[in-house]
Design a protein around this ligand. Structure first.
Ligand SMILES: NC(=O)CC[C@H](N)C(=O)O
Length: 314
């Protein structure tokens, strides 16, 4: 099936599929450990899908704003790889899934050396934030923002001040993780400035149309097909996509690989970035989360689409 035929079918079916998936929202709820996230509409569900020719299909609450949260970790990883190379990054974070919650500190003490298992759990992403080049935290944040803007194709992208403040004021667990990392000599810099960079990139505000564009760049191995510019070397995108398959949906990544079979990354604001390699970038938002911290309706919708069009990579 050509992309055009597939997209036409998708545009026809998506509204009905989305309404069926939306019903799943009642079995979950928005995250509340970052107080500002609890205000999100629990029954919202939106999706945008973009192909390499710039054709877009959207449905549901595709204009709802939300913060990237953990989705941002994929892009800070890419920037850190571009800044430090593979060796520089993998001195500070590992390559393996944990099987624990995304904010767990269990393995940091249990396993030697005490580096985070991978860059997509909180401890790993905090370590990655410290690897971004920049003389000051403000400079690091500015470089991250300009990279995100480039990949999302929107020079106005910025962070949501209220969500940033809310997380910064309540991030006791992330603070403990970061101090642990400092003690393990994973962080060379002071803890609070590194955390500030981390909270800010988690708070970047988007819609699922931005996320679809960011995903499309990954689907096309680092080149933005809409501008023809190579934004990230192919090798680094390969690394990021591999982490998305093994760790992108936290400790539900195995189940997601079986049920959906696409590289994806979720965030606690209810976003999911997913991609069909070589073909589509997809952004989904559904703030009600399941017990693993993934959008409950968003996962349901991606599964419906992947089954209908046989998208699984495996
Ligand atoms: N899973 C997530 O999206 C976590 C990101 C969030 N900013 C946190 O550190 O808790």
């Amino acid at each position: 099936m050509t992309s055009e035929t597939e997209l036409n079918r998708l545009a026809e079916q998506l509204p009905a599929w989305l309404e069926t998936s939306r019903k799943e929202s009642r079995h979950g709820q928005p995250a509340s450990y970052i107080p500002e996230l609890a205000h999100a509409p629990g029954d919202a569900l939106g999706i945008a899908l973009l192909d390499a020719a710039g054709r877009e299909v959207t449905a549901g609450d595709s204009r709802l704003s939300f913060t990237l949260q953990s989705i941002s970790k994929v892009f800070t990883l890419l920037l850190a790889l571009m800044d430090q190379g593979e060796e520089g990054v993998f001195r500070k974070v590992g390559m393996e899934p944990t099987g624990d919650d995304f904010n767990s500190m269990l393995k940091l003490e249990l396993v030697e050396p005490g580096i985070p298992f991978n860059p997509l759990i909180n401890a790993g992403a905090i370590a990655v934030s410290s690897l971004i080049r920049g003389a000051t935290p403000a400079e690091k944040t500015e470089r991250i923002l300009s990279f995100f803007r480039e990949v999302a194709g929107d020079p106005t992208l910025t962070f949501n001040e209220a969500v940033y403040r809310s997380e910064a004021a309540t991030a006791h667990r992330n603070r403990s993780l970061a101090y642990f990392l400092k003690d393990n000599e994973v962080l060379d810099e002071e803890v609070e400035p590194v955390l500030d960079v981390y909270f800010k990139h988690c708070s970047v505000e988007v819609t699922c149309r931005h996320v679809a564009r960011m995903a499309l760049v990954l689907a096309m191995n680092g080149t933005d097909p809409l501008t023809g510019r190579e934004l990230v070397p192919r090798r680094y995108v390969q690394i990021a996509k591999t982490f998305m398959v093994s760790c992108g949906m936290y400790n539900a990544s195995g189940e997601f690989a079986i049920r959906v079979g696409l590289p994806a990354k979720s965030g606690v604001a209810g976003g999911i970035l997913a991609l069909v390699p070589g073909r589509y970038g997809i952004g989904v938002v559904g703030p009600a989360l399941n017990e693993k911290g993934n959008s409950i309706a968003g996962v349901h919708l991606l599964q419906t689409m992947s089954e209908a069009f046989d998208w699984s990579m495996f």
